[in-house]
Design a protein around this ligand. Structure first.
Ligand code: ADP
Ligand code: MG
Length: 264
């Protein structure tokens, strides 16, 4: 399965936020969407899902218009973790995750054995069993993020768009989630993750899409995207590169020295 967003443009409050951005995701790949704060990453994802109005562009799922499909079918094919983690309901975490199964429900049916299994697999994926019965509105920020990610994983959709799924997580859970996402991609899912941790992005992703000021600045293997030149120009940082156990790594180290007007 493949989703293809082509030349998407979005204007909000009279400002151009996304400007001709194209983004694809297909089964079996783990893709990182990176870029500085305000680049337009969340807006692009919401627009692909039909949650923001686009001024131009199209979204195709296996070549057919995605946004014209009925909402329940869209939700079965493409799962979404929004960046906002606000939950008012004092429902147990397990019930929130079960909401992820809603697109699979028959009109008047309750949860099936399949639904319960999907919830258990999602709880495994986020190491969430110990917090599964707690009301979700009193969880810590990182715990709530893991439960909402579990809800998106419980859909078991062929494609998943996750907006900053590991931003609030401790290192153990960050690594755990990255390993689980990589496993799910190997098993055939297509997963796109908005991520600021460039070290984890470089290590785990098959491909990185770098967004800057509403446009796609680079799209390719991590080593081709996280170049000193692009890190300097777009992130305004310098990074250290190293090797450990046959893997290379990248460590953001310093802000790039701003050039004064005298240097130009
Ligand atoms: P990112 O996820 O890359 O950090 P966003 O897509 O959330 O960036 O936001 C991109 C820009 O669009 C930001 O400058 C933000 O203030 C602006 N923006 C987002 N939503 C709206 C909105 N509803 N109205 C006006 N501006 C918005
Ligand atoms: Mg965002």
């Amino acid at each position: 399965m493949k989703i293809d967003a082509r030349s998407i443009s979005v204007t909000l409050s009279g400002r151009s936020i996304v400007n001709g951005a194209s983004l694809s995701l297909q089964s079996g790949e783990l893709v990182g969407l990176i870029g500085p704060n305000g680049a337009g990453k969340s807006t692009l994802l919401k627009t692909i899902l039909g949650l923001r109005h686009r001024t131009s562009g199209e979204v195709l799922l296996d070549g057919a218009s995605f946004l014209e499909k009925p909402p329940q079918e869209r939700a079965r094919h493409v799962a979404f973790l929004p960046q906002e983690r606000h939950v008012e309901w004092s429902l147990p975490a397990r019930e929130i995750i079960m909401l992820g199964r809603y697109p699979h429900r028959a009109r008047f049916g309750g949860p099936t054995a399949d639904d319960r299994l999907a919830v258990v697999r999602a709880l495994d994926a986020v190491d969430g069993h110990a917090i599964a019965e707690r009301p979700v509105n009193i969880l810590s920020g990182g715990e709530r993020t893991r439960i909402l990610l579990a809800r998106a994983l419980a859909v078991e959709a062929p494609l998943l768009l996750a907006d900053e799924p590991i931003a609030a997580l401790d290192p153990w859970h960050q690594l755990h989630v990255m390993e689980i996402l990589r496993e799910r991609a190997r098993a055939g899912a297509g997963i796109l993750v908005v991520i600021h941790d460039l070290a984890l992005a470089a290590r785990f992703m098959d491909r990185l899409v770098l967004m800057h000021e509403g446009a796609i600045a680079a799209d390719g293997p991590p080593a081709e995207v996280l170049t000193p030149d692009l890190l300097g120009r777009i992130y305004r940082i310098e990074a250290l590169a190293g090797h450990n156990a046959g893997e290379s790594y990248l460590l953001p180290w310093s802000r790039r020295r701003e050039r004064s007007s005298n240097d130009r």
